[in-house]
Ligand binder design. Structure first.
Ligand SMILES: *[C@@H]1O[C@H](CO)[C@@H](O)[C@H](O)[C@H]1NC(C)=O
Ligand SMILES: *[C@@H]1O[C@H](CO)[C@@H](O)[C@H](O)[C@H]1NC(C)=O
Ligand SMILES: *[C@@H]1O[C@H](CO)[C@@H](O)[C@H](O)[C@H]1NC(C)=O
Length: 491
């Protein structure tokens, strides 16, 4: 195959405070001493629940501001050197997003469906090469290649001298890449200047004959060949987006004090797809080319992030273990080992545990993903959640829903609403009491939806999505084999 033509090929194309004590305040104590005992033994205590099943939520608190509120409340970014600010791709803190992007729920939800389909087909072994036939970029998809992109963005520095690049971060992808000059094939428009390796003294091609190159070929992002002596990579995402280019090494600057030399990344010469105006992506998956694995000796395969409650606020992404108060659940390995699996064992609505057979969750398994927006549950589990939530929302007028939702309400007459609490329980007794912005997805004041969706059956894998992770410090202790949720990671 003519490799240059592979690279250059011309394609067609007010918050309530309820979440503050996530582990402790999930039920009503019958006496203060019981409360004390419960606080002392923390999450191991299960109390009878009753009237505190609902929470008052100010409707205004569900809406992002039109301005970026970069409050200094995010101490993590200020205090920890290996920490980056996280911004929502469609929010006002992203200097690359236009106001038009901001309200495009339909597009976001459609892409979310595509991402879910590709995760599910990868895990069910259905994924194959078939989608590639429709494209004239020959990228063997094999088992590994991934799917559409996430919604959260960080700024990294690449090269020497360093160039700042706005990139997506994704726990469901492994390869880090950015668009690169001379864009031999195609570069879509991005906010930052396109990275130019010829202007960097620290750039080097990975040799085609190196073990690293054969690994990337046999690994998750099979490469279609070599360009001269340089290694070529290619990744095709589940929605048809792709990036092809030179596999290279560079100096990666996460923060002024945190510089990683010889970081392996994709220098994309031909890039197409729904990447918005971001420069590329950093992959935080479990494969050996992910940032997590490449920095294993520095950060010990340990990272955490907090996704803000609103798209107008800042979150953070941190590498390395600097303490913190997360409670943990075991990390599970699913049939595709590049995903982070988690053991969902139960759901409570309004303080009452739903009666869902344990096997419904264990048969399907659950992926935790930073890039899926809306949590997908086995059909039986979703139906139980939906019924209990509707019961608790009887006072409000239901309105027609948009896919993937089926339970939406008109809040236009209210300043404050009372909504049922929703709590997820994971293996080992970890309870995660969701933030109100993790329960409701706001399309408009007149259409506020239960922010979950059901799978078509009970066999497809469940996905714990980023809406339900908001405000928690979500910790991936890959070396320790566990995932943690700490309350009040960010606002
Ligand atoms: C990229 O931006 C330029 C100038 O802003 C514009 O002329 C061009 O049409 C854009 N290209 C695409 C593919 O959107
Ligand atoms: C990397 O490889 C490409 C393709 O062979 C080549 O054009 C470029 O000059 C190489 N860059 C460096 C720094 O060696
Ligand atoms: C519904 O409204 C009534 C009257 O305002 C109130 O007493 C009741 O607690 C509300 N029910 C729920 C589930 O919020």
């Amino acid at each position: 195959m003519d490799v240059q033509s592979v690279i250059a090929c011309n394609n067609r194309s007010s918050k309530t405070s309820s979440h503050k004590e996530a582990q402790v305040m999930t039920a009503v104590p019958t006496s203060s001493s019981l409360l004390l005992a419960c606080v002392l033994i923390f999450s191991a205590c299960s109390l009878p629940s009753s009237s505190v099943g609902s929470q008052a939520v100010s409707v205004a608190s569900l809406f992002p501001s039109s301005l970026c509120s970069s409050s200094s409340s995010d101490n993590a970014v200020n205090n920890r050197k290996s920490t980056l600010s996280v911004i929502h791709r469609f929010g006002p803190c992203n200097r690359g997003s236009s106001s038009k992007d901001r309200q495009n729920h339909a597009q976001l939800l459609r892409q979310d469906d595509e991402r879910v389909s590709s995760i599910q087909s990868k895990l069910s072994g259905i994924a194959g090469d078939q989608s590639l036939a429709s494209s004239n970029v020959r990228i063997p998809a094999k088992s590994g290649s991934t799917f559409a992109i996430g919604n959260y963005v960080v700024t990294i520095g690449l090269g020497n001298p360093k160039k700042d690049l706005n990139v997506l971060f994704d726990t469901g992808s492994d390869l880090t890449w950015t668009q690169c000059r001379p864009c031999a094939g195609f570069c879509y428009n991005q906010t930052d200047q396109v990275f130019d390796p010829s202007q960097s003294s620290s750039y080097a091609n990975v040799s085609c004959s190196s073990t690293t190159c054969s690994q990337i070929r046999s690994g998750t992002s099979a490469a279609p060949g070599c360009a001269g002596s340089a290694c070529v990579y290619g990744v095709k995402y589940g929605d048809g987006s792709f990036t092809v280019g030179l596999f290279a090494t560079e100096r990666l600057t996460l923060s002024p004090a945190e510089v990683i030399e010889n970081f392996q990344f994709g220098c994309g010469q031909n890039n197409r797809g729904l990447f918005g105006r971001v420069a590329g992506l950093i992959g935080l998956g479990r494969d050996r080319i992910s940032l997590v694995e490449q920095t294993a000796s520095k950060y010990g395969r340990y990272f955490s992030y907090c996704l803000p409650s609103l798209s107008s606020s800042l979150g953070h992404l941190s590498f390395g273990n600097s303490g913190g108060s997360s409670a943990f659940t075991p990390m599970i390995t699913l049939s595709d080992p590049s995903f982070y699996g988690i053991n969902l064992v139960g759901i409570s609505v309004g303080g009452n545990k739903l009666s869902i057979p344990q096997t419904i969750f264990s048969n399907a398994g659950t992926v935790i993903d930073s890039g899926t927006t809306i949590t997908r549950l086995p059909q039986t589990a979703y139906k139980a959640l939906q019924a209990a939530f509707r019961q608790g929302m009887k006072n409000y007028t239901m309105v027609p829903a948009v896919s993937p939702f089926d339970t939406c309400y008109d809040f236009s007459k209210y300043d404050e609403v009372s909504i049922p609490k929703v709590m997820f329980t994971f293996g080992g007794g970890l309870n995660v009491d969701l933030d109100p912005t993790g329960i409701l997805y706001v399309l408009s004041r007149a259409q506020v939806c239960l922010a979950f969706a059901g799978n078509a059956d009970d066999r497809s894998v469940g996905i714990y999505g980023n809406t339900q992770q908001k405000t928690f410090e979500v910790t991936y202790d890959v070396a320790g084999g566990r995932i943690g949720f700490g309350p009040n990671g960010c606002q």
